[in-house]
Structures are given as structure tokens and as C-alpha cells.
Write a protein that binds this ligand. Structure first.
Ligand SMILES: [Zn+2]
Length: 354
């Protein structure tokens, strides 16, 4: 088992970094230096994907996660200096912004530095009848309040149309929960980084590689150019159905019950042989796992499979995905790491992939 204090600290460091899609540099720089320190050969692709050759010999196994996080972009600046927002992720503005970002601290990344703000909206004391009766948040209902009093002042602070805006919250422990932004997918990158502590490269049954991709949240973009591996594991946030508004018949997975094997999502069917081997390894090692079909979800694994790399999805259960309070259980992260470690030292030839 990993040292949970070390894993917690790595999760905290990585999740608190501001790394919206297209601006993953801080995350990639931090990982590059950690992975290099741990003895990996590291390189970055032209579009910013980071790869580390961990070592070992055998089939080339890529374990990958994405560096970017859910974000917004400044769409326009009104005369009073409020920043109107649009999505920083895929899809169109027809999808409303998630209400979970309302009243949360967010930061604008400008060429001149960071400008803090809060996502503002209309509240009860100033609502019109129409606003009170509408139960949806639209893009016109929210804005970033950076405390400027005019457009000119906002521009003077370096803000311009197109700047990324990202949640800026601390990651903390709440009971058994670990709560913060960007558990999707930095907790995965923390698991990979922790794996390198004390790794015995001699016992690896694969030539193990790590990947940290860019622009996953806008449509699996960075993963589109990943090629040349024999197999891959896409490491992701999973879902959890163990909260009052979600039925466990709808999402039959829960926090603290172990890693999820993702069999299918909205974009792809994952590789059944790798999934079977992961389940066998889990059984041998007595690691509790959960099986899941992801209803509305896709991962970089779709692009890996499209690029002829058989891929499985391994995920840690997560509540409130794509919000600033993404919630995981450290024990699931530890169990995910234990499963990956055991898989990587089990020769695939024990039951060859047919
Ligand atoms: Zn993700």
C-alpha cells in the first residue's frame, strides 16, 4: 500500500494547480521534473502531451491520464467590468453551465498574471418573478465578478476576451472524503507519480510508460496523437451513485468500495481481455473492485483504441464530477495504485491476449 500521507499531499499539490484546457503547462512542468527525478526518460510532444518511459521490458504499456481541468473562457466584458463567460470545454453553449460553479472562487489567467474573482449570479433578494420561477442557470445568468468598476479597469488588469477562467479552491479532507477541484484527472496523475516511489523496474512485466495528455475536456484532443503502444490503461475519475439524488440502480458504484473497471462509456467499448486480466489480478491480490458502464462519459481511451491501442479504463469512484467539489476516497486511490502495480508485474503471457 502507498503511504497515504504522501499520496494525499501529491493529490493536493496537483489538484490545486490551475491548469485549464490549453494551459496545462504548470501541471506538465511539475510532472516532468518529478518523473525525471524518479529516473524516467521524459519528453513532451509538440501539442504538449507529456510522456515518461518508466522502464522494464516486455510489451509497451501506457498508463495515461489528462492534465487539463474543467474551465471557462471570458466571452465579453460589460461596461461595469463584469466578465461574461462561455464554456472552456467541448460542446456548444446550448449546454447550460453547471450550477455547482455559482458562488465559487475562480481565477482568470491573463498574460500579466492571475486575477481572482467569484462567480456571481442573481440571488433571492433581487430576483424577478421570472428568475424565481426558472430553475435553470443559463450562460446569461452567471458572470465573473473580479471587483472592477469598469471595462477599462478590467482591461487594465490584463483581462481580455478569450482568457481562461478556472475554479481556484483548496483540496481538503472531510471525514473519509477528499474534496477539491480537478480530481478529474489530477488524482490519477498523483497515483502515477506515487507509483514511482521505490519502484522496482526489474520486476515489471512490461515496458511501462506514463502519459499526461492535454485538452481531454474539450474532446479527447491531446490523446488523438498518441500512438505506438501495445496496450493502454486510461486512468480516470469514475462515478458514484451513493448520494440521495442518484439511485444505485442508475449508477451502482460507491465511494470506498474500490477501483472501477470501466467496460463501456458513451464513446467506446473498452478492451475485454485487459479488463479480464485486471479483474483476475484484483482477485489474486484481494483488491475489491467495482464494474461499471459509464452512461454519459468518454475518456482518452476512445482515442487510444481508435489509434489501434487496446485499452481498458480504470477509474476511482468520484462524486460531483465536473464541479469544484469533486469528491473521492483516498482508500480508493490507494487501491487503484495497488491494482496498477500488481497488473504491471503480472506477465500478460500467463493468459495471452487472443
Ligand atoms: Zn477526466
Amino acid at each position: 500500500m502507498a503511504d497515504s500521507v504522501g499520496l494525499f499531499e501529491t493529490v493536493k499539490t496537483l489538484t490545486e494547480m490551475l491548469g485549464p484546457s490549453g494551459y496545462e503547462d504548470r501541471v506538465q512542468d511539475w510532472l516532468e521534473s518529478k518523473w525525471r527525478e524518479a529516473g524516467c526518460e521524459v519528453h513532451r510532444s509538440r501539442v504538449g502531451n507529456l510522456f515518461a518511459k518508466v522502464g522494464g521490458s516486455g510489451p509497451k504499456l501506457l498508463v495515461a491520464a489528462h492534465a487539463d481541468e474543467i474551465s471557462f473562457r471570458v466571452k465579453s466584458i460589460d461596461a461595469d467590468g463584469h466578465l461574461l463567460l462561455t464554456s472552456g470545454t467541448g460542446g456548444s453553449e446550448l449546454s447550460p453551465p453547471h450550477f455547482a460553479f455559482v458562488a465559487q472562487p475562480c481565477t482568470v489567467l491573463t498574460p500579466e498574471g492571475e486575477v481572482p474573482g467569484t462567480v456571481g449570479t442573481v440571488t433571492g433578494h433581487v430576483m424577478t418573478k421570472e428568475q424565481r420561477e426558472s430553475n435553470r442557470v443559463s450562460w446569461a445568468d452567471i458572470f465573473l465578478d473580479i471587483g472592477a468598476r469598469s471595462r477599462e479597469e478590467a482591461l487594465g488588469w490584463g483581462v481580455h476576451v478569450g482568457c481562461p477562467v478556472v475554479a481556484d479552491v483548496k483540496t481538503r479532507r472531510v471525514g473519509h472524503n477528499l474534496v477539491g477541484k480537478a480530481m478529474d484527472d489530477r488524482a490519477a496523475l498523483a497515483i502515477m507519480t506515487s507509483w514511482l516511489e521505490g519502484i522496482d523496474r526489474q520486476e515489471l512485466a512490461y515496458e511501462l510508460w506514463f502519459g499526461s495528455t492535454v485538452q481531454e475536456e474539450v474532446g479527447l484532443v491531446g490523446a488523438g496523437s498518441v500512438e505506438g503502444f501495445d496496450l493502454a490503461i486510461a486512468l480516470e475519475v469514475g462515478l458514484a451513485g451513493d448520494i440521495p439524488p442518484v439511485s444505485e440502480l442508475h449508477i451502482p458504484s460507491r465511494l470506498g468500495a474500490g477501483p472501477l473497471l470501466g467496460h463501456k462509456d458513451a464513446a467506446v467499448h473498452y478492451d475485454k481481455e485487459i479488463l479480464r486480466r485486471l479483474a483476475e489480478v484484483a482477485k489474486r491480490e484481494e483488491i475489491a473492485i467495482q464494474h461499471l458502464v459509464f452512461l454519459q462519459f468518454s475518456s482518452d481511451g476512445k482515442m487510444f483504441i481508435a489509434n489501434d491501442i487496446p485499452t481498458a479504463m480504470v477509474a476511482y469512484p468520484t462524486r460531483y464530477t465536473h464541479s469544484p467539489i469533486e469528491t473521492v476516497d483516498l482508500r480508493d486511490l490507494e487501491a487503484t495504485l495497488a491494482l496498477l502495480k500488481a497488473f504491471a508485474i503480472t506477465p500478460s503471457a500467463e493468459r495471452p491476449v487472443s
